[in-house]
Write a protein that binds this ligand. Structure first.
Ligand code: GLA
Length: 640
């Protein structure tokens, strides 16, 4: 903190504590919630008598999931204002002097999100973070401490994951006495929050977990936690409609006719929803214009949106639409009318990124306008899905409404503004399926998951690159949350050609859909779609609800990938095997399964062979080499 006198010392002493059988929500922030089972919350009340700052440290445990959540509420009880300059949401001290530890983080970039990276913890502070105003492509708001010998299924793992979508810091420090301190919270860079008398500040929640069963144990805790206690809404437990999105099919070059042709083909092949992506509004024919002008471009959609949606619905398809409500193009009516609605520093020309600025969502009138623009379109016709995009980081931080000593609040106020907007949207349209997105997967975080049960994983839809991206994502997130589509080849992100079947198998791990011009793809690919959509219906309940197990990692071995999902009752399992590069004269691979019951016997659907769960887990099964690169197999087991 900093006082008005410029002093920085703070000493929070214990006052009292209470334990309650509930979990208080955090004002304005996403947070995990109790289910039907019990949770216990310990609230420690602390006070700094000199400054009048009080703190509540809030810890919740859940009856059935092995996690502890932690957040902090700070309050100024004195007359003088207090400036908060650094608020970590969780701090964990580990007094472990004999063992060596590694840290695991998820690094990335556009098209290469959430790649797992493991390194030794050395003396000093090692951290990852974001100061981009969003959780970012580059680092993920997650850090885990692993005992040096920890593997996929053995050894100790301590995970911290932040339920927040803006700037963050995740840090581990090995001290001079070899103790370890892990911290997580809003990044202190450019952060100052003024607390007037009586005002409070709620720090976002951290979900902490401990596993003595390696990474798999940590993964299972996070998956169960998020499925039961973070994701909301009617789609949480439901199969999502198989969608076809026109982005990679047409980019900006589409009109009603083109979309209807795609919809017509799609409806015959088992696809259930058409999503119209970027380019339907203002005069947007490329990415240089019109963000903020959420009025239908009648040159592309003559007769308007309703006419299109009605025809799509008449074909038996739902309709979904793309928005980027947080943005404003300099070439827009909105910007010409309200140039001060963009985040900017007075007198300075702001940096453009993808030709756009960011709206100042700390301001109520700006939020109201953004909400009303989106709501008006959704009220105008039967729209059942929204892809909410966010295609640039924040820069040139300045808000015309904030006084000088509150400018440091803008990053966090922006995130609170996004949360408020999405909450309003869900309240107004409770049956809407929302998918968040940010230039692919730059805001794939537990904060956004509270509002949307699925998030677009990456703009890289290549099946082989996706193996790595999806492995890092599945490390923490339930498979039901990963937006994954079958796209066209050569792949638009990197030019690779993979079999249509493999693209389907890899997308099956996520929400499943298509992103290609179905009227133009080769006939032999199109013919596979009915079987693929049937495959989705056959396996999606298992994939959404089951336990995910990692068997082999292409990221690690450079040659093949294998993972499986086993049902909670251990009666059914689905194994996905992808051989990345073929090798001549090579032996079959032995794949040891996980998560089965050793007492059960399982029938392999493809061959009819029956094997014991103990055999499949201890001796494994042999997978013969597949003919060609980028080939894949699905293996389905049911109780015999
Ligand atoms: C982002 C998204 C894409 C697409 C484009 C549209 O990059 O990740 O899926 O919606 O924006 O401009």
């Amino acid at each position: 903190i900093r006082t008005v006198g410029g002093h920085v010392g703070v000493q929070l002493n214990y006052v009292s504590h209470e334990i309650v059988k509930e979990k208080p929500a955090l004002p304005g922030l996403p947070s995990t919630f109790p289910g039907e089972e019990d949770c216990d919350t310990l609230i420690l009340h602390l006070e700094d008598q000199t400054t009048g700052l009080t703190a509540e440290l809030i810890y919740t445990t859940f009856e059935k999931v092995d996690v502890i959540t932690r957040s902090v509420i700070l309050k100024n009880t004195a007359e003088q204002p207090i400036y908060l300059t650094k608020v970590m949401s969780a701090c964990l001290d580990l007094d472990c002097t004999d063992e060596k530890y590694d840290i695991l983080t998820l690094h990335g970039s556009w098209g290469r999100e959430r790649q797992m990276e493991r390194r030794s913890l050395m003396h000093g502070k090692q951290s990852v973070g974001s100061v981009r105003g969003e959780s970012s492509h580059q680092e993920h708001p997650f850090i885990a401490l692993l005992s040096e010998n920890a593997t996929q299924d053995t050894g100790e793992v301590y995970g911290m994951h932040f339920v927040y979508s803006g700037n963050f810091l995740a840090q581990a420090e090995l001290s001079q006495f070899d103790s370890i301190r892990m911290t997580m919270g809003i990044h202190p860079e450019n952060f100052v929050w003024k607390l007037e008398q009586g005002e409070s500040f709620a720090a976002p929640e951290v979900v902490m977990t401990y596993s003595s069963e390696g990474l798999s144990g940590m993964t299972h805790h996070y998956h169960d936690m998020y499925r039961e206690h973070l994701i909301r809404g009617e789609y949480r437990d439901k199969k999502r409609p198989i969608l076809i999105n026109n982005w990679e099919a047409t980019y900006f070059d589409f009109n009603t006719d083109k979309l209807l042709k795609i919809a017509k083909q799609a409806s015959k092949l088992g696809i259930e929803m058409l999503v119209m992506d970027d380019g339907w509004f203002g005069h947007r024919n490329d990415d240089s214009t019109s963000l903020g002008d959420w009025k239908v471009n009648e040159q592309k959609l003559p007769g308007g949106l309703k006419l299109l949606v009605d025809q799509v619905n008449a074909m038996g398809l739902k309709f979904g639409i793309w928005f980027e409500p947080e943005m404003i193009s300099p070439d827009s009516d909105l910007y010409r009318e309200h140039p001060d609605w963009a985040i900017s520093i007075p007198g300075r020309v702001g940096s453009l990124c993808r030709n756009q600025y960011v709206l100042d969502l700390s301001r109520k009138e700006v939020r109201d306008h953004a909400f009303e623009s989106v709501a008006a379109v959704l009220h105008s016709t039967n729209i059942e899905y929204v892809k909410w995009d966010m295609n640039r980081q924040l820069s040139d931080l300045g808000s015309v409404e904030l006084p000088a000593d509150r400018q440091g609040e803008l990053y966090h106020r922006y995130v609170l503004g996004v949360y408020e907007l999405q909450e309003r949207l869900l309240a107004e349209f409770p049956h809407l399926l929302l998918e968040n997105c940010s230039g692919g997967g730059a805001r794939f975080d537990p904060g956004m998951l509270y509002y949307s049960p699925q998030i677009w994983c990456s703009d890289d839809t290549d099946a082989i690159e996706r193996l790595k991206i999806q492995e890092g994502t599945m490390l923490l997130y339930p498979l039901s949350t990963m937006g994954a589509h079958v796209s066209d080849c050569p792949n638009h992100a990197l030019g690779r050609v993979t079999p249509f079947e493999t693209r389907g198998h890899v997308a099956l791990a996520g929400t499943f859909g298509y992103e290609l011009d179905i009227t133009k793809i080769p006939e032999e690919d199109r013919q596979q779609i009915p079987a693929q959509t049937a495959m989705y219906h056959k396996y999606n309940d298992l994939i959404r609800r089951g336990d995910y197990w990692r068997i082999a990692s292409y990221l690690e071995n450079g040659s093949y990938d294998c993972y499986m999902v086993a049902s909670k009752d251990k009666k059914e399992a689905l194994i996905t095997y992808v051989q990345v590069l073929s090798r001549p004269n090579f032996h079959s691979r032995r794949v040891r399964l996980k998560g089965l019951s050793p007492e059960n016997r399982y029938r392999i659907e493809e061959t009819g062979e029956v094997l014991g769960g103990d055999v499949l887990m201890q001796a494994g099964m042999l997978i013969a080499p597949l003919w060609g690169d980028y080939r894949s197999r699905l293996i389905h087991l049911t109780e015999a």
